[in-house]
Write a protein that binds this ligand. Structure first.
Ligand SMILES: NC(=O)c1ccc[n+]([C@@H]2O[C@H](COP(=O)([O-])OP(=O)(O)OC[C@H]3O[C@@H](n4cnc5c(N)ncnc54)[C@H](O)[C@@H]3O)[C@@H](O)[C@H]2O)c1
Length: 251
């Protein structure tokens, strides 16, 4: 096994049926990992799994009763990626959407990490990558639940990094700007309709406004960074927020 290799590692990726999660699944499979995709959309996860020789589990990670031990108890690598967005001003934000977003994007990553750590500690190796966002370190209006959840994920990741360090376990976040995935395609379409402008103008004028690199991030770029952070040679890379935001947070 070379230093970049993930051969034989069991990699659990949430939200692996689409976008960034699917790109991570493909990248980890290429490195020889045994990949498990967990997704609410079982059909999408099974389709990606079939393509790369992985396995798929259908689960609703916003459900407080999901079985974290059976999903992540034997993971060598955990990629907490599943996420959703809801856009509304604070004073009109639906409470049930706020709670759903915290359950899926804060509590589920916590429960999965909690389940994975004993096995990681025992073997003195583990990697946790939390897919955060530039919204883990910057706010935007109308995204209160998402920004709250991503800031919480940043804090959680750092605590896991400090506790995990003596046990060979690292924990990091990746903080992308806008990435070309179905989650963003949906936002482009709805904003184009809301503002009565073409989709290209939404991308240029709204999404890329803060990004100095004037293009969307590609899912494969996120997957490449995740693969590095999970490699054996990244043992000193921990407790950090890895910006992949086209310069947004340099402002
Ligand atoms: N796309 C972006 O611009 C962008 C930017 C920064 C961060 N992110 C983050 O990256 C992550 C992935 O986003 P994406 O753009 O690939 O989204 P996506 O919509 O393409 O994929 C998200 C996946 O999560 C799954 N999912 C949703 N709810 C679930 C639930 N309750 N239980 C289990 N699975 C569930 C979906 O079925 C889907 O397969 C998210 O955490 C998101 O916040 C995305």
């Amino acid at each position: 096994m070379n230093e970049r290799d993930l051969a034989g590692r069991r990699v659990v990726i949430t939200g692996g049926g689409s976008g960034i999660g699917a790109a991570c699944a493909r990248r980890f499979a290429e490195s020889g990992a045994e990949v498990v995709l967990v997704d609410l959309d079982g059909a999408a996860a099974r389709a990606v799994a079939a393509e790369i020789g992985a396995s798929a589990v259908e689960a609703d990670l916003s459900d407080p009763t999901f079985d974290a031990d059976s999903l992540a108890g034997s993971a060598d690598v955990l990629v907490n990626n599943a996420g959703i967005q809801h856009v509304a001003p604070v004073h009109e934000f639906p409470l049930d959407r706020f709670r759903l977003i915290q359950a899926l994007m804060v509590e589920a990553p916590f429960r999965l990490a909690r389940a994975a750590l004993p096995h990681m500690y025992e073997q003195e190796f583990g990697r946790i990558v939390n897919i955060s966002s530039v919204h883990g370190v910057r706010a935007s209006p109308y995204k209160v639940a998402y920004v709250t959840a991503k800031h919480a994920l940043e804090g959680m990741s750092k605590v896991i990094a400090l506790e995990g360090a003596p046990h060979g376990v690292t924990s990091n976040t990746i903080c992308p700007g806008y990435v070309r995935t179905p989650l963003v395609e949906k936002q482009i379409a709805s904003q184009a309709e809301a503002h009565g402008i073409p989709a290209e103008r939404v991308v240029e004028e709204v999404m890329l406004r803060e990004m100095a690199v004037k293009r969307l991030v590609e899912p494969g770029e996120v997957a490449e960074l995740a693969a590095y952070l999970c490699s054996p040679l990244a043992g000193s890379a921990t407790g950090s927020s890895w910006m992949l935001d086209g310069g947004w947070s340099a402002r």
